[in-house]
Design a protein around this ligand. Structure first.
Ligand code: GUN
Ligand code: FE
Length: 507
């Protein structure tokens, strides 16, 4: 992975740039000029007033500048913090079951097919091409339990120029239905081989990630060994946590000596500042405090949460705990591989929660789970044994009209205003938030000088495109229209570390 110490200017882009910073979810910088150097890094980013001065210093001429059209803009490439490359073949189908049944009926039988290299190559090439075309410059992938085809995914991502994490999935218990599992020893030995062979290939922007599927699929011994391996090799870690009620119940049964789901991973040293856990819909305040302490992140996968009827993640609550958070498509539990969809579903989910708070439903739901949540009504106090009409609740697979408070606590609901996520905040989650969640925000996520140029060029007005722009639209309107209505027809170019990766070669 070569970067030279003396970098030359490679090219300039002039026009409107849209990105996020810690202090602002969306900055729209019109009439700016950016210089990208031969190492793929942002060398300068200034108001175009300074063009003459910059041209002198960096010795570029008008012909070295790519000038964007009047409605066009450049934004950071999107970061998909959780996606199963191996499930792409059935995305858009098989959404009629809840998580654990869905895994048994559709997912494990599909993932078994990846033992065959040819099959794996076809699907993995398709998902890498598809996500790049959709503007995903960084993807954090789950592959399958098979080491060799997981290495193939890494090679494919590298060949197409995507920034990626690739995980060989580990699972040694409870997966008999499709005969898709490994022994504990195999899982550990194959993970070691995976990391060793991966690192020997010395890819610049594709890295291995330790991947226990989730606590339901992993023995205590396997989790602990994987925690050790992550520590030895300094690798990233990914898994699932608290996605669905049935799963949370299973973890309670399988790991009776642990305080909660988070404790299972934490005791195995799987919660670090390089960890990203998908979902987290049912994490308590206490668990989120542990995430914050360890620097571990959450991948919010709203399409999947809705499609598998798993639940909703309250992003406001996660942000309040100052836990790092990004967005994930979670293909194929989430049916869409585009991060634009993840942005839209994140906003939808947040608005649903807002409605629930307004009606007081969410408070009761969380109170039943033994958690306190902010809400609108301050007069409601729930006591142990108190019957609550829960006909509007759906907890797991059991429907009931009456539920009993599960603890002796008295729940007093505080009055607090709830605000839904704005499109600007969702944009930040999909870009800078994702890079922070994956602990690569020193390299990518926005247009800070010195970061690598991971970007997409958006052209809102394309013939036959998915939306229209009118004369009285502000630039903010145009950006919002793209985020809500746009698709790959509007994405004219995708860059990773300064290299153009879309249009794809042979596309
Ligand atoms: N939990 C364990 N495995 C999976 C998976 O493949 N998809 C989702 N959404 N959740 C999981
Ligand atoms: Fe997942």
């Amino acid at each position: 992975c070569s970067t030279s110490k003396t970098s030359k200017l490679a090219y300039c882009i002039k026009g409107t740039f849209v990105h996020s910073t810690d202090s602002s979810p969306m900055e729209i910088l019109q009439d700016h000029i950016m210089g990208v150097n031969s190492n793929g890094k942002i060398e300068f980013f200034e108001n175009a007033r300074k063009q003459v001065e910059l041209a002198k210093k960096w010795r570029f001429s008008e012909s070295d500048i790519r000038e964007l059209g009047s409605h066009e803009f450049c934004m950071p490439g999107m970061v998909d913090t959780h996606i199963h490359a191996s499930q792409y073949s059935f995305s858009g189908t098989a959404l009629d079951l809840s998580l654990l049944d869905w895994l048994d009926k559709y997912t494990f039988p599909t993932e078994r097919k990846y033992k065959e290299a040819e099959f794996a190559k076809t699907i993995y090439s398709s998902i890498v091409r598809r996500t790049l075309r959709n503007g995903t410059t960084t993807a954090c992938y789950f592959a399958t339990i098979y080491t060799d085809s997981s290495l193939l995914l890494a090679e494919i991502a590298n060949n197409y120029g995507q920034r990626a994490f690739v995980g060989k999935v580990c699972m040694d218990i409870n997966n008999c239905a499709a005969n898709y599992k490994e022994t504990t020893d195999e899982s550990i030995a194959e993970t070691e081989r995976f990391i060793k062979e991966f690192l020997e290939r010395k890819y610049c922007r594709v890295k291995p990630i330790i991947t226990p599927r989730f606590a339901v699929s992993c023995s205590e011994e396997l989790l602990q060994e994987l925690g050790e391996l992550a520590k030895i090799h300094g690798t990233h870690i990914q898994s699932h946590i608290s996605e669905a009620v049935g799963e949370v119940e299973s973890v309670k049964t399988l790991f009776p000596n642990y305080k909660h789901y988070t404790d299972v991973y934490d005791k195995s040293k799987l919660l670090t500042d390089k960890t990203v856990m998908a979902h987290g819909c049912y994490l308590s305040d206490e668990e989120l405090a542990i995430f914050r302490e360890r620097g571990a992140a959450i991948s919010h996968c709203p399409n999947s949460n809705i499609s598998l009827c798993s639940g909703h993640l309250d992003v406001r609550k996660v942000l309040k705990h100052k836990v790092k958070i990004g967005l994930g498509t979670d293909v194929a539990g989430g049916y869409c591989s585009s991060m634009l969809d993840a942005i839209r579903r994140a906003i939808d989910t947040s608005k649903v929660l807002y409605i629930q708070y307004e009606l007081g439903i969410s408070m009761i739901n969380n109170a039943l789970l033994g958690q306190s949540v902010p809400g609108r009504y301050d007069s409601t106090v729930y006591k142990m044994g108190q019957k609550i009409d829960c006909s509007f609740l759906h907890t797991g697979s059991s429907h009931s009209n009456q539920q009993t408070m599960p603890t002796s606590k008295t729940f007093s609901i505080q009055k607090e205003k709830y605000t839904a996520l704005s499109y600007k905040e969702a944009f930040r989650l999909a870009t800078l938030g994702g890079s922070q969640a994956l602990n690569i925000d020193d390299v990518t996520g926005n247009f800070q000088i010195g970061k690598e140029f991971d970007a997409i060029l958006v052209s809102p007005c394309v013939p036959g495109g998915p939306f229209d722009v009118f004369a009285d639209d502000t630039f903010e309107d145009v950006v919002q229209k793209f985020l809500n209505l746009g698709d790959d027809r509007n994405i004219k170019g995708v860059y990773v570390a300064g290299q153009q990766v879309v249009p794809l070669p042979n596309a």
